[in-house]
Design a protein around this ligand. Structure first.
Ligand SMILES: Cc1cc2nc3c(=O)[nH]c(=O)nc-3n(C[C@H](O)[C@H](O)[C@H](O)COP(=O)(O)OP(=O)(O)OC[C@H]3O[C@@H](n4cnc5c(N)ncnc54)[C@H](O)[C@@H]3O)c2cc1C
Length: 375
């Protein structure tokens, strides 16, 4: 088997967390980095609403100019039907950071990955890690395969799991995911005739007894519509099937109005959206970042921004560890994840507790109960 080369840090997963970690190391350390990403960013990705508070981080990662040139759509308003039947709006004018953005998510993730290779990182796209073995004296040998090429191996001193909510590598290395719920997002993308009507720069959230709806117009004019519910409710009501999903949608107040006249592009996509934290995100010569380490309910707006920040903080800690053998920042990273997760659970409870119209419905019962069940 061909051995490509040796790097200090191999990162599995080229989402926002993995590429932010890689960019930070490329820009602010002498460590060598490889990112192994199983796609070439060709398929639709979910999660697109980010706050303008992300801009300073993009600046730090030296990709702010590329980001601003990429035509992501500003979002000027967030509206919600939550807790009562009235539409409550929060204009971004009153936000500390100003308007946020609705991302072309594929382009955003691709732009960060290209940033890594421009800064000297190695990027393996369409590449999967089949297996890894611990080398004598420390370090890893990863056995990789490219979609169209022969298998090859890569040696690295340190391994980072940035594979998203499934935490594939960390779980194989013995970490356990402490899961708080079974939330899933069932998403459709709808296209409209360009002359059909204006597409407000606004996100809309609407609660219903079975869960809640999220919708937003993306930069290319398609409408992203996601229904968030628990997996058992999805299965019982067959909400992963277009007919049942559409039937539930038709009972909404505002969300249905937005979707009228739209044509669904492709199939419904079902994605896990549960809250979880790993029992340990730092092990011997490995760590997990982003959703792989800890992931939040999309209601919290702690997705992409938190993943990137956690990747960047992890890079600083890793540099200290690999160059000065100082674990203090790695320990701080682990403690920080636990602290943030505890605070997040309290906030999550507060948000869901604002909706008290369906306290006998399982989705809301599970979220408004006083204690959180960790599984
Ligand atoms: C329905 C839904 C809606 C959401 N909406 C929002 C939103 O509006 N705003 C927001 O900020 N957040 C949102 N989120 C959350 C947000 O998408 C995530 O928090 C964010 O993408 C986490 O980034 P990450 O890099 O940790 O993981 P991911 O973005 O999941 O990236 C993981 C990467 O690893 C790759 N990968 C996986 N396995 C392997 C492997 N074995 N080998 C190589 N590569 C691998 C994947 O292809 C992917 O590129 C939403 C999530 C869901 C489910």
């Amino acid at each position: 088997m061909k051995r490509v080369q040796e790097v200090d840090v191999a990162i599995l997963g080229g989402g926002p967390a993995g590429t932010s970690l890689a960019l930070t190391l490329c820009l602010y350390s002498n460590l060598t980095v490889a990112v192994i990403e199983k796609t070439k960013y060709e398929t639709a990705r979910v999660g697109e609403n980010v706050s303008a508070s992300l801009l300073p981080l993009l600046d730090y990662l030296q990709v702010k100019e590329s980001f601003l040139a990429d035509g992501h759509k500003p979002v000027y308003n967030s509206s919600a039907l939550w807790g009562n039947a009235f539409l409550n709006s929060r204009p971004s004018l009153f936000s500390q950071f100003g308007e946020g953005y609705l991302l072309d998510r594929r382009q955003f993730d691709r732009m960060l990955a290209e940033g890594v290779s421009h800064r000297g990182g190695i990027l393996f796209l369409q590449t999967k890690c089949q297996e890894g073995e611990l080398l004598e004296g420390g370090g890893w040998r990863l056995f990789l395969s490219h979609a169209s090429g022969e298998p090859f191996s890569l040696d690295s001193h340190y391994l980072v799991d940035a594979t998203g909510r499934q935490s594939r590598a960390a779980k194989r290395l013995g970490a356990k995911s402490i899961v708080c719920d079974s939330l899933v997002g069932i998403t459709a993308f709808l296209s409209f005739d360009a002359t059909y009507r204006p597409q407000p720069e606004e996100i809309l959230v609407e609660s219903v007894p079975e869960g809640w709806w999220y919708s937003a117009y993306l930069p290319d004019g398609t409408l992203s519509v996601a229904f968030m519910t628990d997996i058992d409710i999805m299965r019982q009501q067959q909400l992963h099937k277009a007919s049942s999903w559409s039937r539930l949608l038709s009972k909404t107040n505002q969300t249905y109005q937005r979707t009228r006249g739209g044509t669904r592009i492709g199939l419904l996509a079902v994605k896990p959206a549960h809250s979880h934290i790993l029992d340990r995100a730092v092990g011997d010569n490995w760590m997990a970042v982003g959703d792989a380490a800890t992931a939040f309910d999309p209601l919290s707006s702690m997705g992409i921004g938190y993943a990137m920040t956690s990747g960047s903080h992890a890079a600083v800690a890793l540099n200290e560890y690999l160059t000065r053998h100082d674990r203090a920042l790695l320990d701080q990273y682990q403690n920080g994840l636990e602290r943030h997760f505890e605070t997040y659970l309290k906030l999550r409870h507060l948000h869901y507790d604002l909706e008290r119209r369906w306290l006998d419905a399982p989705f809301w019962q599970r979220r408004t109960a006083n204690s959180v069940v960790l599984r």
